[in-house]
Write a protein that binds this ligand. Structure first.
Ligand SMILES: [Zn+2]
Ligand SMILES: [Zn+2]
Length: 136
């Protein structure tokens, strides 16, 4: 399916093709730190379909929990995480896009949870936590 999205301030927009069956939650500690949240929700986008406007800041995480260096892109103005990919110049083979920035996020259901060993213990039982429709 076609996907498109933007950071919070709109300086960076992306579009591409993504397979809805490949949406994942990542519970790794790098995703927790980098997002400031309990887990991240990602979809891979092949490099040959990936288009972007604007220029993200790239941070190379050399000691990612996976053991591989990862280039993490975020908006330098609003800080929204955009994607991670392999480090290097030019187009990469694949971009792991942060699905929360996408206009299609309602249609993207996670199919797999990875790095589950570092999941926050409460993160898989959100239904048990009392809810209000807006803020309390
Ligand atoms: Zn921004
Ligand atoms: Zn992760």
């Amino acid at each position: 399916m076609k996907i498109n999205g933007a950071c919070q301030c709109g300086n960076i927009t992306i579009e591409g093709e993504a397979d809805p069956e490949s949406v994942r939650i990542c519970h790794c500690t790098d995703c927790q730190t980098n997002s400031g949240a309990a887990f991240r929700f990602n979809v891979p986008v092949p490099g040959n379909t990936f288009r972007m406007t604007g220029k993200p800041t790239i941070y190379i995480k050399t000691t990612a929990e996976s053991g591989r260096p990862r280039a993490q892109a975020f908006c330098p103005t609003c800080g929204t995480p955009i994607y991670t990919t392999s480090p290097g110049e030019g187009q990469q083979a694949s971009y792991m896009v942060r699905a929360g920035i996408l206009a299609q996020r309602d249609q993207l259901m996670p199919r797999l949870q990875i790095w589950f060993r570092s999941a926050r213990s409460w993160a898989t039982g959100l239904d048990a936590i009392p809810k209000v429709e807006k803020q309390s």
